[in-house]
Design a binder for this molecule. Structure first.
Ligand code: KIV
Length: 280
């Protein structure tokens, strides 16, 4: 199986083949997504919200990102693994940023890193790329700027904001980004940016005109039935089915229906769990 690299992604963009990317935070999902043919797995700092239960992505640490990257990288054979640089790990200085990026690659097994921000971060992007770590940019609604933006608000709405976003995208490309995420911006603007760049754009809430799409995996799997933003399509209802499965389990344990003889061992059996620890 051929590994997806940043060169593969560039070729896909040139050939007009759409790039499929999902966030991923652990080995179980990584294995499933990889087998399903995802091109890119993003170990996003959105794990601060969907895995850790925070209100924003801001409290996520670099050590936590490394931990989750390692789990995803370990179970991924084909997809390109991107590690998000968390808040505070690249904003202070380019030197700091390089150190953080190198840790995500060396300790976490990430194959590239993603960071949020435009023109203010071109020096940081250059420094990380110079250290041989590929960088994915992220523009538009940048969740680490939650307080600056005043919440999770659609970006690039007026002509001035739109012009700045186009300039930021070109600046990131010029600084060496191999791809750029465009989050929560009007579809027309995302299409315009995509047309002006030679590197792929990956949209989330940015319409169909990008070179690829990304969603938070918990959102597209419907793991939180109460969360239904407009840009998310649910491809499954795992929240409802997980709750129903857990309720059945509770009922069967309480009622004595589980376990039956089929789930119990005879005293002479030595092989405790068939298939446990078996990997393909
Ligand atoms: O952290 C994340 O999940 C992201 C995606 C929404 C692009 O940055």
């Amino acid at each position: 199986m051929k590994k997806v690299t940043i060169q593969t992604l560039r070729k896909m963009r040139e050939a007009g083949e759409r790039i499929a990317m999902l966030t991923c935070y652990d080995a179980t999902f990584a294995k499933l997504f990889d087998q399903a043919g995802l091109d890119v797995l993003l170990v996003g700092d959105s794990l601060g919200m969907v895995v850790q239960g925070h209100e924003t992505t801001l409290p996520v640490t670099l050590d936590e990102m490394i931990y989750h990257c390692r789990a995803v990288a370990r179970a991924t054979r084909r997809a390109h693994v991107v590690g998000d640089l968390p808040f505070g790990s690249y904003q202070v200085s380019a030197e700091d940023a390089v150190r953080s990026a190198v840790r995500l690659v060396a300790e976490g097994g990430a194959e590239s890193v993603k960071l949020e921000g435009g023109r203010d971060f071109v020096d940081v992007v250059r420094a990380i790329v110079r250290a041989s770590v590929p960088v994915m940019g992220h523009l538009g609604l940048t969740p680490q700027s939650f307080h600056k933006l005043g919440g999770y608000v659609v970006q690039g709405r007026g002509p001035e904001q739109a012009r700045r976003l186009v300039e930021d995208a070109l600046a990131l490309q010029e600084a060496g980004c191999y791809a750029i995420v465009l989050e929560a911006i009007p579809a027309e603007l995302a299409g315009e940016i995509t047309g002006k760049l030679s590197v792929p754009t990956i949209g989330i809430g940015a319409g169909a005109g990008c070179s690829g799409q990304v969603l938070v995996c918990y959102d597209m799997l419907g793991l939180d039935p109460s969360f239904q933003p407009r840009f998310v399509k649910r491809f499954a209802e795992l929240g409802e089915s997980t709750r129903a499965a857990a309720s059945s389990y509770v009922a069967e344990v309480r009622g004595g229906a589980f376990p039956t003889a089929a789930q119990s061992f005879e005293s002479q059996e030595i092989r405790l769990v068939e298939g446990a620890g078996k990997s393909e």
